[in-house]
Design a protein around this ligand. Structure first.
Ligand code: HEM
Ligand code: HEM
Length: 401
């Protein structure tokens, strides 16, 4: 094979994948070393990493269907073997490193969700939830595979570039030309078989969809059923809540900034008698999975086992009791919240204005995350997310009896 042979080049797909992935991998190593505690960078790292895993599957499928051009005959046998070994090691690392990263976030006790490019919920690896607690050894191994793998890439890259440069400029037949897009017009890439291209892309997409579908199916099966029944239940008690005009929201401090959201689905049974507070009671059921914050990453993370654990605990209960009037239309009550099998009671102060059969309510209660086992692995001390979470209720109701 001479350097002027028209077939002595990689296909343009292989060339495009090689350079795009080389740049992305180097960017990823830099990013991995410079993420600190920056949440945006973590999410970007995970998004690009999963994209690279996808591209690797495409690339390997493409290569199997479009074998590379033969090496220049001037390459010594050991050089050919070393070059092949480096290529195989590169491919192996391009699979192992992102898989280790994915495993790392799947078994992390912090349970931070992965939302690809801020838009697509990416599941944890299947069958890993049992490995989250008390597995320091496994965590250490996976973390080392991921971080040391990056160093192996760097060492191999040294050999890879040295080999390419030696054979390009060492008076032998060039190899870099094989991997440069059409700069040397004399050599044209072998035209890839159209059917091969379709099969390569098709099969890699199917393979990747399968990898992604396993955890998706797993999490769908384990997921909670919607709390339709209790939300749709007709009002009991003597007041009917106007849900369209009512809100249960919460706020706290996250990373030094205000943070909050609300619950979309909840239902309340209200028995309230201003003239007989002792006979009054309010019972609220909140669908934990209906939490929204306006940011997909937080919405997904709050559903994880570390926070609301919506799969195992789809519902939170709040019971109001011990009503006392504190002013003309101000009251206080004890709010007892049950969530994740934990119970805590705090005062709820509210203002209530009753106009004929119409009532308007505004109230506030402050709960402790610790008492409800929320985010206790990620941040038990409250240095990152405040321990105190203020729940605000505003509502309208009509007297029915
Ligand atoms: C080719 C793809 C990837 C490369 C080259 C890469 C590279 C790196 C590097 C160099 C670090 C710094 C390690 C250190 O502490 O020294 C890192 C950290 C990390 N990577 Fe990746 N990564 C890739 C893919 C992924 C993927 C797909 C995920 C998750 C879905 C991920 C999750 C993480 C996490 C969570 C850390 C922080 C680990 C820690 O602080 O202990 N990475 N990565
Ligand atoms: C992290 C970065 C890189 C990775 C992971 C990587 C990976 C690879 C792999 C797997 C192949 C073999 C393709 C095949 O036959 O299937 C290859 C070929 C090639 N790479 Fe890279 N590469 C990287 C960076 C570079 C750089 C910076 C250069 C610049 C000199 C380069 C030059 C070449 C050349 C000339 C070839 C084709 C010649 C040959 O078969 O050795 N690569 N690369």
């Amino acid at each position: 094979m001479t350097s002027s042979s028209p077939a002595a080049r990689y296909t343009s797909v292989a060339i495009a994948l090689h350079w795009a992935m080389a740049l992305l991998i180097l960017f990823m190593i830099w990013l991995g070393w410079n993420m600190d505690d920056n949440e945006v960078r973590y999410q970007l790292h995970k998004s690009v990493g999963i994209t690279l895993l996808f591209l690797t599957v495409v690339r390997i499928a493409w290569r199997l269907l479009n074998p590379p051009p033969p090496e220049p005959a001037t390459l010594k046998s050991w050089e050919q073997k070393l070059s092949h070994a480096v290529h195989i090691a590169f491919y192996a690392l391009m699979v192992i490193i992102p898989l280790a990263g994915w495993l790392l976030v799947s078994i992390s006790p912090f349970q931070i969700s992965t939302v690809l490019f801020g838009a697509v919920d990416w599941p944890h690896l299947p069958f890993t939830s049992g490995l989250r607690q008390g597995n320091e050894l496994l965590h250490g191994i996976v973390e080392n595979v991921h971080s040391k793998g990056a160093w192996v890439i760097i060492v191999l890259l040294g050999l890879h570039v040295a080999g390419a440069v030696k054979h390009e400029f060492g008076g032998e037949e060039g190899v870099i030309k094989r991997m440069i897009p059409g700069l040397f017009g004399k050599t044209s890439p072998p035209s890839p078989p159209a059917r091969g291209a379709v099969i390569a892309f098709g099969s890699s997409l199917v393979l990747f969809a399968l990898i992604a579908a396993v955890p998706l199916i797993g999490s769908a099966g384990a997921g909670p059923g919607p709390m339709q029944s209790s939300v749709a239940a007709g009002p009991a008690g003597n007041w009917s809540v106007d849900y369209a005009a009512s809100d249960i929201s919460f706020s706290g401090v996250y990373d030094g900034k205000p943070f909050g959201g609300k619950f979309e689905n909840w239902s309340a049974e209200v028995s309230f008698f201003p003239e007989d507070l002792a006979a009054s009671s309010v019972s609220v059921s909140v669908e934990t999975g209906s939490v929204t914050t306006g940011t997909k990453l937080y919405d997904s993370t709050l559903r994880e086992a570390e926070w609301f654990n919506t799969g195992a605990f789809p519902e939170a209960q709040v019971e109001l009791s011990n009503f006392e009037q504190t002013g003309e239309d101000t009251y206080t009550a004890t709010a007892t919240m049950t969530l994740k099998g934990k119970e805590t009671s705090v005062p709820l102060d509210f203002q209530l204005t009753i106009n004929g059969d119409q009532a308007m309510l505004n109230g506030k209660a402050v709960f402790s995350r610790k008492a409800l086992d929320l985010g206790q692995v990620s941040d038990a001390s409250g240095s990152w997310v405040s321990d105190e979470i203020t729940v605000t209720v505003s509502g309208a109701a009509t007297r029915t009896g």
